[in-house]
Design a binder for this molecule. Structure first.
Ligand SMILES: [Zn+2]
Length: 209
């Protein structure tokens, strides 16, 4: 029999699901909220409910949004001749914070990883193709650059190759260029933690694949 009340155990179990959080840290976080006198636990619960009820995925780029089409996809200031493919929404935040990129984004939802059982069918390749076709129709130049900004590791490279192969016909036609971020990013680095200068160099040094 557990010494902890069920409600406390439930919270520990929920915190344990967070990335990088083990049972000990989860227990520490739970006790923090137990001791917190000023309604912090209620505020946390309400913030989570609010996010859960009001946040959706943008129907164009699949970034998190509170509208059907996010403010980035809706902006007239973005260049529609470039689309940057990233793994997760936090990568968009990294690019936006660094203010080095003016095109559109597309959030793939991960990378191809046979080791983790993630195949092409689990990611948004079909939607990426649809979005690129949509942009190509809008573009006067009829030339779209797809910048693959997956992380510089084995899975990220495999995913970049998959995107290249998927658009091979367009590349041959000359309507599309698929490029990859330069390796200013160290292998194994996580894009979301890259600083502005590193991202700027990686973007400027990108090469066609
Ligand atoms: Zn969007």
């Amino acid at each position: 029999m557990s010494v902890l009340p069920k409600s406390v155990e439930n919270v520990i179990a929920q915190f344990s699901k967070l990335p990088g959080v083990g049972p000990k840290s989860a227990a520490r976080m739970t006790y923090h909220y137990l001791r917190s006198p000023n309604g912090d636990a209620t505020n946390l619960a309400n913030a989570l409910i609010d996010m859960d009820e009001n946040i959706c995925f943008c129907t164009k780029c699949y970034n998190v949004s509170d509208k059907e089409v996010c403010s980035l996809c809706d902006s007239l200031l973005r260049k529609n001749s470039k689309i940057c493919v990233v793994e997760e929404p936090l990568d968009v935040v990294a690019f936006e914070n660094s203010a080095v990129y003016e095109g559109f984004y597309f959030v793939l939802g991960g990378v191809i990883s046979p080791a983790e059982g993630i195949g092409a069918e689990d990611l948004r390749f079909k939607q990426l193709k649809e979005r690129c076709n949509e942009l190509l129709k809008e573009l006067e130049s009829k030339r779209l650059e797809v910048i693959v900004a997956t992380n510089p590791n084995l899975e990220g490279e495999a995913t970049a190759s998959y995107i290249h192969d998927m658009f091979e016909k367009y590349i041959k036609e000359g309507t599309m260029v698929v490029s990859r971020l330069a390796m200013g990013l160290p292998t194994g680095a996580d894009l979301e933690y890259a600083d502005r200068l590193t991202l700027k160099r990686a973007l400027e040094g990108r090469r066609s694949i």
